[in-house]
Design a protein around this ligand. Sequence first.
Ligand code: NAP
Length: 250
Amino acid sequence: YLKSQQKGCEEVGIEFQLEQMAKETTEQELIRFIEEKNKDERISGIILQMPLPPQINAERVQAVIDPAKDVEGVNPENMGMLVYGKPKLAPCTALSVMELIKSTGTSIKGLQVTVVGHSSIVGKPLALLLLSSPFESATTTVCHIATRDLASHTRKADILIVAVGKAGLIKGEMIKEDAIVIDVGVNQVEGKIVGDVVFEEAKEKASLITPVPGGVGPVTTAMLLRNTIQAWKIGLGILVGSEQSKLTSL
Ligand code: NAP
């Protein structure tokens, strides 16, 4: 992901700076470092790369990133604005899924969308984006580890989105005929990268399906670049409310 961020930035002309810190860095040191970057007017976007060493709590550090420079949409203020349907900067993977749906030309209005996985960074923000339009929202079901009879929820989905991280979780028989299937999962199986959906079975049922690799991932990077340009505009005061909400809605 880091390499694709760097390459994407170079391609569109955004200067990308990688700041590597020692693995013994304390949380306070990292927070102070980010606070300095918040003040630096030359910087439009800040990304906290994962994974972090165990002495650092990611949520506490994400909360320090200036919401106007939070190009991954992980700061609690940006997360909170999702509830109102007006995020300044939303999480890139959730935006990527919305953009992929948009690219099909299908309106989500009233459709049954099932999201499998409810993490703070993918499943939950995605569910909020699917519900963010007052008149055009999808009927959204969110499944997770405690969901009983997962297949009963996936089988009714006009659009099925899977973000779990378990290869082979979604089999062909769990997919509605002609559904749109978006596989967010990234798993390594016998040296190969695969998604959460059994692609060969699912493609026989789905009308459209994203591959892994090469589906959600590259669009996520594109959303990061879009967020960065958006953050730059916010910094310059040239992006106003209505333009912001247009970017995150379908
Ligand atoms: P995560 O934080 O581990 O969350 C996984 C979610 O799946 C959790 O909500 C978990 O529920 C749920 N889950 C686990 N087992 C389940 C089951 N058997 N049935 C239904 N739900 C189940 O992972 P994440 O960060 O959201 O990422 C999910 C996957 O997407 C990973 O493979 C990751 O690598 C990939 N990903 C891809 C991109 C991209 O751009 N392509 C970006 C981000 C993530 P509980 O919390 O209740 O256990």
